[in-house]
Design a protein around this ligand. Structure first.
Ligand SMILES: Nc1ncnc2c1ncn2[C@@H]1O[C@H](COP(=O)(O)OP(=O)(O)OP(=O)(O)O)[C@@H](O)[C@H]1O
Length: 604
């Protein structure tokens, strides 16, 4: 931390002293470079952090620049008033561009945003109000009392201040709740939705943020150059911007800035060879994507790991972190009405074209119950979970939680209503640490509260620190504290399974759906898992568990529902179900048989 602050202070001094060393042409180049850096940070937020393909950044830039030009030159407004309106206009365009993000997936968004970028250049080239191919000249230089901003040296300081502000804000977003939710969405939007991240609205927010950065850069550009023309906002420049972000390292905002500065310099050197320049950018982008996907920002870490592999550097002394015992939850108060179902599934069917994955299934799960769902492969168990947790809209039937109809609600809405789940094939966020995985679920922030980032940043920061403490407490309970800063993919399989349950519990659910939680665990790990599930039930959370490990089902579950071909063939206490002729027949030919209960009723 101390080194970082020292480095930052040194950079600030260099940036402050820069004008003293440069001639006016070079100063102009630096000013343009800063504009690209602001644009790249905005693009990095949308693409690198939130994972949304955004080829409209150059159009946002253009809207900011043209709106300033039209409002000052044609409408006669003062520069700063025009600047404010221009940024608002760009934000409005950002919201419009982000609207498809409410419905379509990221790769289609690439096409939508590319269309917008092309449409923008087309429109300004042909529109009278935008000055056609000649553009608009005579944009007044902005004025500040006592400071002559027509001087490139002084303009630099205005740009530098805005660059520092926009980069600082971007870093603040990345390292707090909003950025964490965006990174989770980028890594696995389905799992993010299941822990309560409002994926569609968050996607839109990413576009809104990118557009505001584009607007700020556009305003500064028109103030700097005093003239706007369509070629500045061409698709070739969009690809240059994209190259900056990819080469610099799209998952790091500082990397985006480094990429912007590096490519702006290369662009200056190759200014007389535009064709070669395009080929060179393309080649370097391809090489970066293939050989250094984390870009220049990830280079030190890669070089370090290569040096370690070659034995040039010693590996840091690693403390062998180990899984600690789970600390049981305090038992919750007894349920008020034992008979009232927490979950009710009524005549539910889910068909995929000809396949009846779930056929007219009805289930009642009363309070304080561990319900087992078993059945041969392909009997519809996971599909049932996917419908309950909102991933699929059922063909027919209803799902009620605490008596409230929640059929086909969005996954994030169901997570907020109290349904949490784990996945058959672990879906942890791979690029987030274990602590951040838990934090995403623990965090009650909503997209509509994003205004706090502008008006109450200190409050956001404090709240984040409190959440971190809560996350560490939860990791402690699950015996995972030693892994808080590890990437989940680096952990043993059994530990990852436990992290996923901890993440689901972080969402404070009423109902926990566990999809094959014992898959891949050894005997000891299965026993620990059973203790964890019992403690969760005793704390007042209802658990529905899909499992193939019949020994575990028999000893753990209070009640078992057996599915075959999408329909219920048996339902009752484990020992009754185990001897049901329908169940024995359904399992004939399966590798597993239904063993007798391993523990007595008293142990449950
Ligand atoms: N998205 C989908 N599209 C088409 N068919 C699907 C889809 N999801 C599931 N199915 C089909 O629905 C049926 C039930 O699948 P499901 O995964 O729910 O079974 P399962 O009981 O969970 O199986 P397993 O124990 O192997 O996980 C299968 O025939 C499967 O091929």
């Amino acid at each position: 931390m101390r080194y970082r602050l020292g480095g930052l202070a040194a950079l600030a001094v260099v940036a402050w002293m820069l004008p003293y060393q440069l001639n006016s042409y070079t100063m102009h180049v630096v000013n343009v470079m800063l504009l690209y850096a602001i644009l790249a940070v905005g693009l990095g937020l949308a693409m690198g952090i939130a994972g949304q393909i955004n080829l409209a950044q150059v159009a946002f830039f253009g809207v900011g620049a043209y709106a300033t030009a039209v409002l000052t030159v044609k409408a006669g407004l003062g520069f700063w008033m025009a600047a404010l309106l221009a940024i608002l206009a760009t934000a409005a365009v950002g919201l419009v561009v982000g609207t498809p993000a409410l419905r379509v997936q990221s790769h289609y968004l690439g096409i939508v945003t590319l269309g917008l970028a092309l449409a923008f250049t087309n429109w300004v080239t042909n529109s009278e109000v935008a000055g056609g191919a000649e553009g608009i000249s005579g944009i007044p230089r902005p004025e500040l009392p006592g400071i002559d901003l027509s001087n490139a040296y002084l303009y630099y300081y205005v740009e530098l201040a805005l660059f520092a502000l926009t980069l600082g804000f971007g870093l603040f977003v990345v390292h707090t709740s909003l950025g964490r939710r965006m990174r989770a969405m980028r890594d696995d939007s389905l799992a993010a939705g299941a822990v309560g991240v409002e994926v569609p609205a968050l996607r839109m927010t990413a576009f809104l943020l990118a557009s505001v950065y584009g607007g700020v850069a556009g305003v500064l550009y028109s103030g700097l150059i005093g003239y706007v023309a369509p070629e500045t906002f061409s698709i070739a420049n969009m690809f240059l911007l994209l190259a900056m972000v990819i080469i610099g390292g799209r998952q790091s905002l500082v990397g985006c800035v480094v990429g912007a500065i590096a490519l702006a310099l290369v662009r200056e050197v190759l200014i007389d060879y535009p064709t070669y320049a395009q080929v060179a950018y393309g080649t370097v982008v391809v090489l970066t994507v293939v050989f250094a996907p984390t870009g220049l920002a990830g280079l030190p870490r890669r070089l370090n790991s290569v040096a370690r592999r070659l034995g040039w550097r010693r590996r840091p002394e690693q403390q062998a972190a180990s899984l600690s015992p789970f600390r049981p939850y305090e038992p919750g108060p007894a349920p008020v009405d034992d008979a009232a179902p927490i979950l009710e599934v009524r005549n539910l069917s889910m068909h995929f074209k000809g396949v009846k994955a779930v056929a007219d299934v009805s289930i009642l799960v009363p309070a304080r119950q561990i319900r087992g769902i078993v059945g041969p492969n392909g009997s519809g168990k996971t599909t049932l979970f996917n419908v309950i947790s909102g991933l699929y809209r059922p063909t027919a039937g209803r799902v009620l939680l605490d008596g409230r109809d929640v059929t086909a609600a969005r996954p994030h809405a169901l997570a907020h209503a109290g349904i949490a789940r784990t996945f058959q094939n672990l879906r942890l966020f791979p690029a987030l640490t274990v602590r951040d995985n838990v934090l995403v679920a623990l965090d009650p922030s909503r997209v509509r509260g994003t205004w706090r980032y502008l008006l109450l940043p200190l409050g956001v920061w404090r709240r984040d620190r409190a959440l971190r403490r809560e996350a560490d407490d939860l990791l402690d309970r699950f015996g995972l504290r030693a892994f808080a800063d590890s990437q989940p993919t680096a952990l043993p399989y059994g530990t990852q399974r436990r992290v996923e349950i901890a993440r689901a519990m972080a969402a404070r659910p009423r109902l926990l759906l566990l999809d094959e939680p014992a898959a891949g665990l050894n005997g000891d790990e299965v026993r620990q898992l059973c203790d964890i599930i019992r403690s969760i039930r005793d704390a007042g959370v209802n658990v529905v568990v899909i499992e193939h490990n019949m020994g575990m089902v028999m000893s753990l579950c209070d009640h078992v529902t057996v599915l075959a071909h999408g329909a219920i063939i048996a339902d009752g206490p484990p020992d009754e179900v185990a001897v049901s002729p329908e169940v024995i027949e359904a399992y004939l030919g399966e590798t597993m048989a239904m063993p007798a209960p391993a523990v007595s009723e008293a142990q449950r």
